[in-house]
Design a protein around this ligand. Structure first.
Ligand code: HAM
Length: 423
């Protein structure tokens, strides 16, 4: 029988890798917490219509990448490909706008897209993201972009590039689309097959195609920034001025359109350079989506958010993996002492120590080897003769010293060595 493996593009994260994941997660919660975001947890599965209506029918995600299935009740459900649609659904469903004028939500969890797996591109991947409802910006836009850069810096990821653009709002986008179509249509035959198709369904996406023939044509296309109305232009200018005031460098990238339909006005991406990142170097993407809450049945509410890919951050972040390590390793020289050893371990853990043992028993030598390998600071030897006398042998593994201590005092004495406390 063939052995079962994880689904292609979906990864296990083993304990020795978790320390770096935790560093990202802790830094994320620390920084968003400082900015007043509250955590929201939404289901991993949503009605398919939610994503079709928000991300857009003609996007890569909805056209090709969703994990969609019919459940036994004949409902079409989809594993969430991103977090924004679910957050808006929850915001509308719980009428959150009635409780507070501005809502700041943060989330972290797995997302699912059936993309072609590559380094930094997976079919299950983790995003940490935020969404703000009720604030039209542009100050919150700048603050959010600056927050991402601060987070990256805290994680030691310095070599990043912030790209920004504005898609304008309502009317602007339509006027631009008309001009873009007028420009692209005569070049139709020279475009890649994908872009020819997009010309019909989603012409903005032709602009960020990676195909060389498309890039050349896109370079000559009209620029959306020339189409912004006065208010959109002022919004975009203030965003830039506030970023400058915050000391966050950025580059205006007029071809930045991003692959989801819900955006309006501010768009941004943070690119990473170096580390083990390959072509998938967009660490974070986000933007404003002032029409989506209303489109999904809520009141007219401006909104902005971003999400960053945790696996991609791991590829640039550096730092060592670290397996969990005990403070104290209990060596059990005789099988008959194992029950007492379990009780001793419990006392050590109750005293706040991380304690482990090989409860299978085995040779004392091999247990000491494990104690050494585990990097524990203290080894306790609890054999039948010690236990009979109500003592244990306590070894300070760094100092190489050994003492006999009363069993009840072992946790305090071990703490003294591990944490430098007075026993
Ligand atoms: P997105 O650009 O589709 O935006 O994804 C955001 C980030 O998730 C990307 O920059 C990347 O780091 C990571 N990512 C996306 N797909 C994959 C993948 N297949 N494998 C690994 N990492 C991936 C959104 O999802 C929007 N919801 C962001 C947003 C929030 N906009 C407004 N609010």
């Amino acid at each position: 029988m063939s052995t079962l493996r994880a689904v292609k593009g979906m990864n296990d994260v083993l304990p020795e890798e978790i320390s770096r994941w935790r560093r990202i997660e802790e830094a994320f919660w620390r920084i968003v917490g400082r900015h007043g975001y509250g955590e929201v947890r939404t289901p991993v599965v949503e009605p398919t219509a939610l994503f079709v209506r928000s991300i857009g029918e003609a996007t890569d995600i909805v056209e090709k990448e969703m994990y969609t299935f019919t459940d036994k009740g004949d409902h079409s459900l989809t594993l969430r490909p991103e977090g924004t649609a679910s957050a808006v659904r929850a915001y509308v469903q719980h009428s959150v706008q009635n409780r507070e004028p501005v809502t700041k939500w943060a989330y972290l969890g797995p997302m699912f897209r059936r993309e072609r797996p590559a380094r930094g591109r997976y079919r299950q991947f983790w995003q940490a993201g935020v969404e703000v409802y009720g604030d039209p910006g542009p100050f919150v836009d700048a603050e959010m972009i600056h927050m991402v850069v601060t987070l990256m810096r805290e994680l030691g990821v310095e070599d990043v590039e912030v790209l920004i653009n504005s898609l304008g709002s309502g009317d602007t986008r339509q006027r631009y689309l008309d001009a873009l179509l007028a420009y692209l249509t005569p070049h139709r035959d020279a475009l890649s097959a994908d872009s020819q198709r997009r010309l019909e369904t989603n012409p903005l996406r032709v602009l960020d195609s990676k195909a060389p023939e498309d890039k050349e044509i896109a370079a000559g296309a009209p620029k959306i920034l020339d189409f912004l109305d006065e208010e959109d232009a002022a919004h975009f200018q203030e965003l830039q001025d506030t970023l400058t005031a915050l000391g966050t460098p950025f580059r205006v990238e007029p071809t930045l359109v991003r692959g989801l339909d819900y955006y309006s006005r501010t768009l941004f991406e943070v690119l990473g350079h170096g580390g083990e990142l390959g072509a998938q170097n967009t660490l974070c993407g986000g933007g404003r989506y002032d029409g989506l809450v209303e489109q999904l049945g809520g009141p007219r509410t401006p909104a902005i958010g971003f999400a960053m890919g945790i696996e991609r951050l791991l590829l640039v972040m550096g730092g060592e993996d670290a397996a969990p390590q005990p403070d104290v390793f209990v060596v059990i020289p005789h099988a008959s002492a194992r029950r007492e050893a379990v009780v001793l371990l419990d006392a050590l853990r109750a005293a706040g120590l991380t304690a482990d043992a090989d409860l299978r028993g085995g040779s004392t030598k091999s247990q000491f080897r494990r104690a050494d390998k585990s990097n524990a600071k203290v080894a306790l030897v609890a054999g039948p003769s010690e236990l009979e006398r109500g003592v244990v042998q306590l070894k300070d593994l760094a100092a190489g010293t050994q003492e006999e201590v009363a069993r009840e005092e072992a946790p305090a004495r071990a703490r003294a060595i591990v944490f430098g406390e007075n026993a």
